[in-house]
Design a protein around this ligand. Structure first.
Ligand code: NAD
Ligand code: UDP
Length: 346
């Protein structure tokens, strides 16, 4: 890894590179976490726009199946790598999505989750500083914790437990934001920080553990739908295509716009309402059962997206029912294929 101090005399060169790149149509783009749910959609979108995409992933929650169809593109390559360790590649843009996002997955190895957020951000920011690349951070609504301000605006500092079961993720992402802004201020790195609210869609794992995939898989299999707590807690669910559009629009903003900016769908639903919609759309006969509410589970969450609307001209377009239908289709097909494969090997 080139030490960041090497850059001190190369600032004018980096500025020239940036001017040349801004005129360049097709870019070399690193997507860390590119085999995951959001990353695989992002890689596909960038390839279809004509860019060269390097997917960097340790495949801890990411899947080969999410990206196998992209291997037909000559401009697509995959590097199996853990972002906790430095990486040195010549790139024009970086998207940092590498981090498990589902509570059961990020809580499975909390120390590694924290290292992924902090060392991952540090390593990719150093790469951005050395190459002059613009860098995007997939931050999260979890930086607001269990919010006392509703809906959540970017100026709200949050209500986060520093040592609970969610802290490795929440505090890791908060530290990553700190690093992003320090590199921007001290090393003139062009940063774009998105605070992503609950997003769902195809390419989630059936065993992901988040609420939308759990409910759909349970409904399709005729299993009980697991409501944690009394189901009165709320979330705002964004369909993946809308979110990826928001990433593109944020990345295309002028260099002085750094964020943080909320990206999410402001439609707010209780978990019970979500379960009812899934049961209706799948025609399932599953019944709802209660399970204990996880510790520190936020009671309510809804993004204020005024900043995204004014700065990016972005807002989500896909209603929950439409997004759920598309996601149900995906899981229906996936579970059918998996059942056939299982019969084939039995
Ligand atoms: P995901 O778990 O499907 O994808 C994460 C990807 O990162 C996986 O491919 C995984 O293998 C990879 N990864 C994890 N740790 C890594 C490491 N140390 N080195 C290299 N690769 C690593 O999750 P997702 O929903 O696609 O989330 C992507 C990003 O967006 C995450 O950073 C997450 O925090 C953020 N985010 C997502 C949501 C959402 O609702 N989907 C909401 C807020 C923030
Ligand atoms: N949840 C639930 N049943 C499940 C999975 C999750 O009731 O099978 C609840 C969970 O307690 C939380 C909400 O759904 O209140 C969203 O959970 P998820 O893990 O999807 O995301 P996060 O809590 O990180 O927003």
């Amino acid at each position: 890894m080139r030490p960041i101090t090497n850059r001190i005399n190369t600032d004018s060169l980096i500025s020239e590179i940036r001017v040349l790149r801004s005129k360049q149509q097709a870019r070399h783009i690193l997507v860390a976490g590119g085999a995951g749910f959001l990353g695989s959609h992002l890689c596909e979108r960038l390839l279809k726009l004509g860019h060269t995409v390097i997917c960097v992933d340790n495949f801890s929650t990411g899947l080969e199946r999410n990206i196998s169809h992209l291997r037909d593109f000559k401009r697509f390559s995959v590097i199996r790598h853990d972002v906790v360790d430095p990486i040195d590649i010549e790139v024009d843009e970086i998207y940092n999505l590498a981090c498990p996002a589902s509570p059961p997955h990020y809580q499975a190895d909390p120390v590694h989750t924290m290292k992924t957020s902090v060392f991952g951000a540090l390593n990719l920011l150093e790469l951005a500083a050395c190459t002059g690349a613009r860098i995007f951070q997939a931050s999260t609504s979890e930086v607001y914790g269990d919010p006392l301000v509703h809906p959540q605006v970017e100026s709200y500092w949050g209500n986060v437990n520093p040592f609970g079961p969610r802290s490795c993720y929440d505090e890791g992402k908060r530290s990553a934001e700190t690093l992003f802004f320090d590199f921007h201020q001290r090393h003139d790195v062009e940063i774009k920080v998105a605070r992503i609210f609950n997003t769902y869609g195809p390419n989630m794992r059936p065993d992901d553990g988040r609420v939308v995939s759990n409910f759909i898989v349970q409904a399709l299999k005729g299993q009980d739908i697991t409501i944690y707590g009394d189901g009165s807690q709320t979330r705002s669910f964004c369909f993946v295509d809308d979110l990826i559009e928001g990433f593109q629009q944020l990345m295309a903003t002028e260099p002085s716009f750094t964020g943080p900016v909320n990206l999410g769908n402001p439609g707010e639903f209780t978990i019970l309402e979500l379960a009812e919609q899934v049961i209706k759309l799948t025609g399932s006969r599953s019944k709802m059962i209660r399970k204990p509410l996880p510790t520190d589970d936020p009671q309510q969450r809804r993004p204020d997206i005024s900043l995204a609307q004014s700065k990016l001209g972005w807002q989500p377009l896909v209603p929950l029912s439409t997004g759920l239908e598309r996601t149900i289709c995906y899981f229906d097909r996936l579970l059918t294929v998996e059942a056939h494969e299982w019969v084939g090997t039995a």
